[in-house]
Ligand binder design. Structure first.
Ligand SMILES: C[S@@+](CC[C@H](N)C(=O)[O-])C[C@H]1O[C@@H](n2cnc3c(N)ncnc32)[C@H](O)[C@@H]1O
Length: 208
């Protein structure tokens, strides 16, 4: 999907129960797997409307919520205003084009890596942006046959990932305590009426 597609999808994004349910599962898994605390400075990459980030923000000191879609970020900004949230800052940014000099105690990324062609480069960037002892959490689809997204969807750079390949990548970047768990399975029914399950994994690790 292109940035424009996400801009157009933003207003109705939270209406789809499947997305809300998945985000809640990912947030719960991050919260129960990593030692979050209220001194943590966190960054979410590909935050969308904040379905995952806003669930975790009460456990954190600050959350920088980054996305390349201004439409998604407008929805997030509206929620922040309406819910009087003071520790979440939306930023429109492509980290591969414009690195941030700030460092974070936690970086998380949900259902976004498969939209990034240079996914290994992005993981390396996350590694650089973590403080020593900081945590990384990445949730995405396990390898699938391309049937997850609609045929007209663009911007799909990977049909999911083999989590063990990502384990190798982040271990080579210096992360330790790397683990993978299945956090949810998205059930979709094809036009032919066939139900399929698309598992979603959470990869986590610690820098140093
Ligand atoms: C499938 S949505 C997931 C949104 C949110 N994480 C969630 O779980 O509801 C993918 C998000 O990644 C963003 N995105 C796509 N390409 C991106 C890029 N190169 N850099 C940052 N964000 C990107 C999109 O704008 C969109 O908000």
């Amino acid at each position: 999907m292109s940035g424009k597609h996400f801009d157009q999808a933003a207003a109705g994004w939270d209406q789809q129960q499947r997305r809300v349910e998945l985000a809640a599962k990912i947030a719960a898994a991050i919260s129960s797997t990593l030692p979050l605390h209220d001194k943590m400075k966190a960054l979410e990459y590909g935050c969308g409307t904040g379905l995952v980030g806003l669930a975790l923000a009460p456990e954190l000191a600050t959350l920088t919520a980054v996305d390349t879609s201004s439409g998604m970020l407008e929805v997030l900004a509206r929620k922040i205003k309406e819910e009087k949230i003071s520790n979440v800052t939306p930023r429109c940014l492509d980290l591969l084009q414009e690195p941030l000099s700030e460092r974070f105690d936690l970086i998380f990324c949900a259902m976004t890596l498969h939209h990034i062609k240079e996914s290994d480069q992005l993981l390396a960037r996350f590694g650089e942006m973590l403080v020593d002892g900081g945590y990384l959490a990445v949730a995405d689809l396990q390898e699938e046959d391309g049937s997850f997204h609609d045929a007209e969807a663009d911007g799909i750079m990977h049909h999911g990932f083999n989590p063990q390949d990502l384990v190798k990548t982040v271990t080579a970047l210096g992360l330790t305590q790397v683990s993978v768990q299945e956090v949810h399975s998205i059930i979709k029914t094809s036009e032919a009426g066939i139900e399929r399950a698309y598992p979603v994994f959470l990869l986590s690790g610690k820098k140093g």
